[in-house]
Design a protein around this ligand. Structure first.
Ligand code: SF4
Length: 182
């Protein structure tokens, strides 16, 4: 099972009311077992909406990232983005856990580049100037954390592990290289 950012499939859930449709990813979705997520829609945000960016990331003592997310009009969106990311992650894990053959079922994720929710390596830097900086979106961060937690938890039996050993996350730009041969 693969997780895909919904806007990559042509859903108009992007902040500006449009989408980021990518024909290769649509074809992959058509031919593979996939679930879609849009953490910002899950949080109840409408499309179109005021864009938001990650302003700051604080790391807690137990190694968790806490994101400060602000909208272009200055509203603190941190809790909204956190809620949408947690809800989306929970829905993915429930879906995977409900499958009969669930061992290692989550094989990968194709997430929209640069997004404050879905970004997988670089995100906009909180200045709303189009500047990118290294980092993960709020949902991508929680998804990768969930995989690492499962891997590091000796109490989860092999049969109950939802993430595949070779679980990988990529964006639409690296999709062909990472999953193109699947
Ligand atoms: S990048 Fe993620 S949160 Fe933003 S519209 Fe696409 S799926 Fe939704």
């Amino acid at each position: 099972m693969y997780i895909i950012s919904r806007c990559l499939l042509g859903f108009n859930c992007k902040y500006d009311g449009g989408n980021n449709k990518n024909d290769d990813i649509v074809e992959f979705f058509r031919t593979h077992d996939c679930v879609t997520v849009c953490p910002e829609t899950a949080a109840g945000l409408e499309s179109p909406r005021v864009p938001s960016e990650i302003k700051e990331v604080r790391v807690t003592e137990d190694g968790k990232d806490v994101f400060t997310v602000v909208s272009k009009t200055g509203d603190d969106m941190s809790e909204v983005f956190d809620y949408g990311a947690r809800l989306s992650l929970a829905s993915v894990l429930v879906e995977a856990g409900n499958r009969i053959d669930r061992k290692g079922i989550i094989e990968g994720a194709v997430l929209k580049a640069n997004s404050p929710s879905c970004g997988t390596g670089v995100v906009y830097d909180g200045t709303f100037t189009g500047t990118l900086t290294k980092g993960l979106g709020v949902f991508a961060d929680k998804l990768i954390d969930a995989c690492l937690e499962e891997r590091n938890n000796p109490d989860i039996s092999d049969e109950n592990r939802l993430f595949a050993d070779d679980f990988k996350v990529c964006d639409e730009n690296s999709f062909a290289r990472v999953f193109g041969n699947k």
